[in-house]
Unconditional design. Structure first.
Length: 228
């Protein structure tokens, strides 16, 4: 029978929202491999201290590093990282709660990847959505501030289950907070036993844990080179 006006048939098509993302992630992975590039996706809540951690980490890495900064708006984090003398590109999601592989794919040509050992991607501040989107990275590092409370790993398990390493930041605030670091570590181990945990402090008057984290990152880069 013919269809007229409001009687026209409506066809609903459903597709895995990650299908396109995963395709771009694979393309990104091929580019990373081509350049022997190690890529770390950094996840964490707003205010967890991701950018401050990078400001302390970058000068001591001894690696040719590039950074992608993900935020809803502004280029403030990119400006802070640029002051460290590394290649940096800001991605603004205009309200999006996470970075996607296509966004990364789009900005990769802006870097001189032949002159980069390590690409750090600081994801949008969020402990939920970013965990579901593969960017083609080699490793995931989750930053958890003690000020967020000790229950975050069990409240947001998917993020911590996907982690290769967890940085407990702002540990210098432990005397002023009702948190149990040992219990946090136990919860993380229960969710992801292979995740290494680092304790850091990044205030000018109290820097801690950065050397150990830098050594870990250098080992990841060496591991990636060995696989190339």
């Amino acid at each position: 029978p013919s269809l007229r006006g409001a009687e026209k048939m409506k066809i609903t098509m459903e597709q895995d929202i990650n299908t396109l993302n995963n395709a771009y992630a694979q393309q990104n992975r091929a580019i990373y491999k081509q350049h022997g590039l190690c890529v770390i996706n950094i996840l964490g809540s707003p205010g967890a201290g991701k950018t401050t951690l990078l400001e302390q980490l970058l000068p001591v890495l001894g690696l040719k590093t590039a950074v992608i900064e993900g935020d809803l708006s502004t280029a403030r984090d990119a400006e802070r990282i640029s002051a460290q003398g590394v290649q940096v590109v800001q991605i603004n999601t205009d309200g999006g709660c996470h970075l996607e592989a296509k966004m990364i794919h789009t900005v990769l040509p802006l870097f001189d990847l032949a002159d980069v050992d390590l690409l750090l991607i600081e994801n949008v501040g969020n402990l939920v959505c970013p965990a579901s989107f593969d960017l083609g990275e080699d490793f995931r590092l989750v930053v958890l501030s003690l000020a967020e409370g000790g229950d975050k790993p069990v409240k947001y398990p998917a993020t911590f289950m996907s982690a290769d390493a967890v940085v407990l930041s702002k540990v210098d605030l432990a005397p002023y907070l009702d948190v149990d670091i040992a219990a946090i570590k136990q919860d993380i181990a229960g969710l992801q036993p292979r995740a290494q945990v680092f304790e850091t402090a990044c205030r000018r008057e109290q820097i801690a844990g950065i050397a150990d984290l830098a050594a870990y990152v250098r080992a990841l880069v060496a591991q990636k080179r060995g696989q190339a």
